[in-house]
Write a protein that binds this ligand. Structure first.
Ligand code: GLN
Length: 309
């Protein structure tokens, strides 16, 4: 059993909120620098559709890297496991999420996993669709089903801000195009990728997505299958091995559940069969993870014995 009440959860939020002072909001995407540093919110969506929340849980934020795991789930459905992993590897890198170095040294020349930027860009390139608009529509419709947010959209300011400044991501794309990992027009790919990163929701809606993964791909309300079971498993495994960037090993020891973070401060976490958890805390540690969000999960994991190991 997790917290018995919103008040109990709020007490944990109050306890860890001072940590937000020690981190920094992301500013390499200029629009993200406007975030309020001491924001912190959490929602726990139980697979029986009961929900607990604390903090400003209705505040919207952009998914950023959390979108990588959702788009991977769609690409695997679109192309199949073999096609996807012919082009993207399955191994953690130990490097920052935007690192370019191993693209050159890995043999064969392909991104090491779908949770780093290079791998995620290659995965977005695999989404089926005749046009950039069709690919985007398929992504947003899929995330709408997972979150059950009918009017799900993206933050146009954040997407434009990233598109204007994403020189490193463009470099990764050109490198991969040279090595036949990706094809097509790079600017169109960048448009889809920056929109997927700018998808906006609150931590309650994110927690609901977590509940879908907790149920191995089933909608917690209707029981409908939204993700095939083998794909839900692949996604959760990547969340364990690579979901918290180059802090994934430490997170696995201290918390021990599948999780994926984003530089806007979101964390999607999954306690198999039991809960989906959504967190928003934009103050980040040096590796780009929500500093208070991680502490919050550590406390919850300890108190309620979350670890899957
Ligand atoms: N949109 C961001 C980028 O590509 C996502 C990175 C992240 O959340 N770690 O740089």
């Amino acid at each position: 059993m997790t917290c018995k009440s919103n008040k109990e959860l709020q007490n944990i939020v109050n306890e860890v909120r001072p940590l937000t002072k020690e981190g920094m909001v992301a500013d390499y995407i200029p629009a993200l620098a406007k975030a309020t540093k001491n924001d912190l919110s959490v929602a726990i969506y139980e697979t029986n559709n009961n929900c607990l929340y604390a903090g400003s849980y209705l505040k919207n934020f952009t998914l950023q890297s959390i979108s990588k795991v959702l788009v991977l789930a769609l690409a695997l459905q679109d192309r199949g496991v073999e096609y996807v992993f012919d082009r993207v590897g399955m191994e953690p890198t130990g490097d920052p999420f935007n690192s370019i170095s191993k693209l050159e040294t890995s043999i064969p020349s392909k991104p090491l996993n779908p949770m780093i930027n290079a791998g995620a860009l290659a995965v977005t390139n695999m989404i089926r669709g005749e046009s950039e608009a069709e690919k985007w529509n398929r992504i947003i419709s899929f995330v709408k089903c997972l979150s059950n947010k009918k009017n799900l959209s993206y933050d146009t300011e954040v997407a434009a801000s990233e598109l204007e400044t994403a020189w490193l991501n463009r470099s990764l794309c050109y490198f991969m195009k040279q090595h036949n990992v990706i094809d097509g027009d790079i600017e169109e790919l960048m448009m889809v990728y920056t929109k997927q990163c700018a998808i906006e929701m609150n931590c309650f809606e994110l927690a609901r997505i977590g509940a879908v993964f907790a149920l191995n791909g089933l909608d917690p309300e209707t029981g409908e299958r939204l993700i095939p079971i083998h794909i839900a498993r692949i996604c959760k495994t990547f969340m364990v091995t690579c979901g918290m960037y180059n802090a994934s090993g430490e997170f696995a020891i201290k918390v021990g559940i599948p999780a994926k973070s984003g530089v806007a401060g979101g964390i999607l976490a999954v306690v198999p069969e039991k809960y989906g958890i959504g967190i928003f805390g934009p103050s980040l540690d040096k590796k780009g993870n929500s500093i208070a969000g991680i502490k919050l999960l550590e406390i919850l994991a300890q108190q309620y014995d979350f670890s899957i190991f």
